[in-house]
Ligand binder design. Structure first.
Ligand SMILES: [Fe+2]
Length: 681
C-alpha cells in the first residue's frame, strides 16, 4: 500500500508562474525537493534513472497528513428561500438506475441526516420517499419491489399538508401511501442534491449510478389531471438539456434555482424520450435532458496545497518533478516547464503528449488483457477507484472524462506499464529527452495543453517540432495548429505510434478536463451507447481522426495499424536511397537491420505501430524509407489493418517536411549501446 502520493495543480508552467503541490502522506513528516527529470526507466539495458536536484525554496521537511479520494458525482443547488417547502409539495423525475441494489442512493433530495425530504433508492433497490417528522424520526415509504436496472421510470413523491398524506408513485401508479404529520424542512443551509444526499456532517453521500432526467419541484401536491404543471407553476423546473457543455444546471422556473454539476457526471446523454432518430444532443436537445451520474466520477480530488513553487526565471525548459521522500516511501510529481512565452531557447521543440498522459492516467488493469506486471501505482489507483478513459465505471458504462486534478498514478518517471511491462507515456518520452540532451541537441519542452490553447503561434519560431512516443489524444485546435506549422514551412518529426488518433475535447470551463466518446468500439474497449456518440464538451463526433477530414496519414503519412506486444527491427526500402531522403540514412549500410534492440520489447518497432495507406490520406509523394513487419498482432482485426510499422519522409509545399517512424518503441531504442546505434544516428 502506497503511503505517499501527490499531484500538482497544473502540468505545464511558465517561468514566474506558481505551481502548487498537494500531498497525502501517512508518515508524520516527509521531505520535498524539486528535481529535473532526465531519464526514468531503470532497466539495466538502458541509461538508468537520472535526475538533477535543484536548489529552490521548496526543499525542506513538511508535515504529513492523509488526504482522501472521494469520488461520486452529483448536482448541487444551493439553499434558497423558495426551497423551504413548509406546506404541501411534490418532487418528480425520470430515472434510469444502472445499479439499483447497491445500497442507499439519493435521487432528488433535500435531506440532512433525519430531516427534510427526498426521493431515494433504498438499500435493496426499491423506490423510496423519505420524509422527516421534525423530531428526528424519519418516515420512509417504499415501492415494495426493487427497480430493474437500465429501465426508465417516471417517479413522483408528494406530501399533502391538509390531508397529511405522503404518496409515492411510479409510472403514474400510486405504489405507496401513508398518513403522518410531517415537518419536511431540513433547515436553511441544506442544499438540494440530484444523484446523492446531504449528511448531517455537511457532505454528500449515497451516490447514485444512473440517469436522472427532467427533475421538477412543486409547492403543492399536483392533482391527477392537472394540466399545467409547467415552469410557471413549479418551484423549480430544471432543464438538463440546457448548457450541456458547461457545469451549469439551469432552472427555467421564475425562482431561478440554478445548480451546478460536481465531479463531471456525463452530459449529452439520451433522456427517457430519446426517439433514436437523431444522435446528437445539438440536433434534438429536448431528447437529451438527462445527466448520467456515477459513484466513481472524480473531476477534482480537492486536496489542500502543501507547498508551492514559483518557477525561477531562467529555468531551462524541460520535465521537472517535486520529489517526495518519507521514512518508508518516495514519489515524484512531474510537471513541464515551458520556455518563456515568445522567447524560444532552441530551434527544436518537443511536444509532450500530455492529453495522452491524461487519457491513460490511472488506467487500471482490465480484461481481456493479461497484465505482465502490476505496480504499486496500479493498485493504489484501483483501491481508490480512480479510472482512465480506458476503464468502465462501476455501473458498466464507459468513462468519458479525464482530469488531471487528482493523483495520476502512472505519470511517474519509473512507472512500467502493466500491459507491456515497459515504460509508457512520460517514461517513454524521457528516453527522447535524455537522448537529445546526451547528443547536445538544445530543445524546448511544450505540451498538448499549450498547443490546444495557443495554436500555431506556440510553434511559430521552431525549425523542428518532435512528438513524443504516443501522441494519440488530439484536439481539433491541435491538429489545425500542426497543419498550419507544416504549411508555413515547419518540420515535424513524428517519433511515435498510434498518433493523432482519438478526437479529444477539452472542457470550456475546466481546462483540466478532457473528453472522448467511442462511436466505433475497438476490440476490448468500451463503446458509446447509441445516441451518446457526440462529445458534451465540444459537440464533435466521438471517433478517430481517421473518420474526420484531418486524417493522421494526411498529417504525418502514417496512421495506426495494430497493437503488437513484441519488438521488430526495420529494414530499408527503396525510398531510403532516394536523394531526397538520403540524409536520413547517412552511415547506415544498405542491408543493415535498423533497431533490433530497445527498451520496449527489444525492438524499435513495437507496442503500437502505424503504416502508410494512400486510401486514408498518405501523400502520394511520401517516400517509404523502411518498414518493420512479421509481428503477431494482438486483438481482433479492424478493417484491413496490417501489423507493420512504416518509416516515411515527405516534403510539404512551402519547404516543410515530415519524418515519421510509426512506432511507439522508437524513442526507447535511442539509448542502446550508450547511444551509439543506427536508431540514434
Ligand atoms: Fe494508444
Amino acid at each position: 500500500m502506497r503511503t505517499l502520493v501527490g499531484y500538482a495543480d497544473r502540468l505545464s508552467v511558465l517561468a514566474g508562474e506558481e505551481i502548487g503541490f498537494k500531498v497525502s502522506c501517512r508518515s508524520p513528516t516527509y521531505h520535498a525537493d524539486i528535481v529535473r527529470l532526465v531519464h526514468g526507466d531503470e532497466s539495466p539495458e538502458g541509461p538508468g534513472f537520472k535526475e538533477e536536484l535543484l536548489e529552490t525554496t521548496v526543499s525542506g521537511e513538511y508535515e504529513g497528513r492523509v488526504q482522501p479520494i472521494r469520488p461520486g458525482s452529483y448536482v448541487i443547488v444551493a439553499s434558497a428561500p423558495p426551497l423551504r417547502l413548509t406546506g404541501s409539495f411534490e418532487v418528480r423525475a425520470h430515472i434510469f438506475p444502472t445499479t439499483p441494489a447497491k445500497g442507499v442512493q439519493g435521487l432528488v433530495t433535500r435531506w440532512s441526516g433525519s430531516r427534510g425530504w427526498g426521493l431515494f433508492l433504498g438499500a435493496e433497490g426499491n423506490l423510496e420517499l423519505w420524509l422527516g417528522r421534525g423530531d428526528g424520526r424519519v418516515v420512509r415509504i417504499s415501492s415494495g419491489a426493487p427497480l430493474d436496472s437500465h429501465c426508465w421510470y417516471f417517479v413522483t413523491g408528494s406530501y399533502n399538508v391538509e390531508t397529511r398524506v405522503a404518496t409515492l408513485s411510479q409510472d403514474g401508479q400510486v405504489v405507496s401511501r401513508l398518513a403522518a404529520p410531517l415537518s419536511t424542512d431540513p433547515g436553511a443551509d441544506v442544499p438540494l442534491l440530484m444523484g446523492a444526499h446531504w449528511t448531517k456532517a455537511g457532505n454528500p453521500e449515497g451516490y447514485f449510478n444512473g440517469k436522472i432526467g427532467s427533475p421538477r419541484l412543486y409547492g403543492h401536491a399536483v392533482q391527477p389531471g392537472e394540466n399545467d404543471a409547467g415552469p410557471n407553476v413549479a418551484v423549480a423546473y430544471w432543464d438538463l438539456a440546457a448548457d450541456i457543455q458547461t457545469t451549469r444546471v439551469r432552472d427555467t422556473s421564475r425562482n431561478e434555482l440554478h445548480g451546478r454539476t460536481v465531479n463531471m457526471p456525463a452530459r449529452g446523454v439520451t433522456g427517457h424520450n430519446w426517439s433514436g432518430d437523431l444522435w446528437s444532443w445539438r440536433d434534438a436537445p429536448e431528447q437529451y435532458g438527462a445527466i448520467h451520474f456515477h459513484d466513481d466520477d472524480l473531476e477534482d480530488a480537492g486536496w489542500e496545497t502543501d507547498f508551492t513553487l514559483t518557477v525561477p526565471p531562467g529555468l531551462t525548459s524541460g520535465v521537472y518533478a517535486a520529489r517526495l521522500r518519507s521514512d518508508d516511501a518516495d514519489d515524484h510529481i512531474p510537471f513541464i516547464v515551458r520556455p518563456v512565452k515568445g522567447k524560444p531557447a532552441a530551434d527544436v521543440a518537443v511536444l509532450l503528449p500530455t492529453y495522452t498522459y491524461l487519457a491513460y492516467a490511472n488506467e487500471t488493469i482490465f480484461e481481456p488483457h493479461v497484465p505482465l506486471l502490476e505496480q504499486d501505482e496500479d493498485r493504489w489507483a484501483a483501491e481508490n477507484r480512480l479510472t482512465s478513459l480506458y476503464n468502465w465505471h462501476s455501473d458498466g458504462s464507459g468513462v468519458f472524462y479525464g482530469s488531471r486534478l487528482k493523483p495520476m498514478m502512472n505519470l511517474r518517471p519509473r512507472y512500467r506499464y502493466w500491459l507491456t511491462g515497459h515504460p509508457h507515456g512520460l517514461g517513454a518520452d524521457l528516453c527522447l529527452l535524455d537522448w537529445l540532451e546526451t547528443k547536445g541537441h538544445r530543445h524546448d519542452a511544450l505540451t498538448d495543453e499549450d498547443l490546444h490553447h495557443e495554436g500555431v503561434d506556440l510553434l511559430g519560431s521552431y525549425r523542428v517540432v518532435l512528438t513524443g512516443a504516443h501522441p494519440e489524444y488530439t484536439t481539433a485546435p491541435m491538429i489545425r495548429a500542426l497543419k498550419a506549422f507544416l504549411e508555413a514551412g515547419g518540420r515535424l518529426m513524428y517519433l511515435g505510434g498510434n498518433g493523432f488518433w482519438m478526437v479529444t475535447g477539452v472542457h470550456g470551463e475546466q481546462p483540466h478536463v478532457i473528453e472522448i466518446r467511442r462511436r466505433s468500439p475497438t476490440s476490448g474497449l468500451w463503446g458509446s451507447e447509441p445516441g451518446e456518440v457526440f462529445l458534451s464538451t465540444t459537440g464533435e463526433l466521438g471517433d478517430t481522426w481517421q473518420q474526420r477530414r484531418e486524417r493522421p496519414r494526411q498529417l504525418v503519412g502514417v496512421g495506426f495499424e495494430r497493437m503488437v506486444l513484441e519488438g521488430q527491427p526495420y529494414r530499408r526500402d527503396p525510398g531510403s536511397f532516394d536523394p531526397r531522403a538520403a540524409f536520413v540514412f547517412e552511415g547506415v549500410e544498405s542491408d543493415e537491420v535498423i533497431g533490433n534492440f530497445g527498451l520496449l520489447f527489444g525492438g524499435a518497432a513495437s507496442y503500437e505501430v502505424d503504416g502508410i495507406d494512400v486510401r486514408y490520406g498518405t501523400p502520394s509523394h511520401a517516400l517509404l524509407l523502411a518498414h518493420a513487419s512479421d509481428f503477431t498482432p494482438v486483438g481482433t482485426p479492424e478493417l484491413d489493418h496490417h501489423a507493420r510499422a512504416d518509416m516515411v519522409f515527405f516534403e510539404t509545399p512551402s519547404g516543410g517536411a515530415v519524418f515519421a517512424t510509426g512506432s511507439i518503441g522508437w524513442c526507447a531504442a535511442l539509448s542502446h549501446n550508450r547511444y551509439d546505434n543506427n536508431v540514434s544516428r
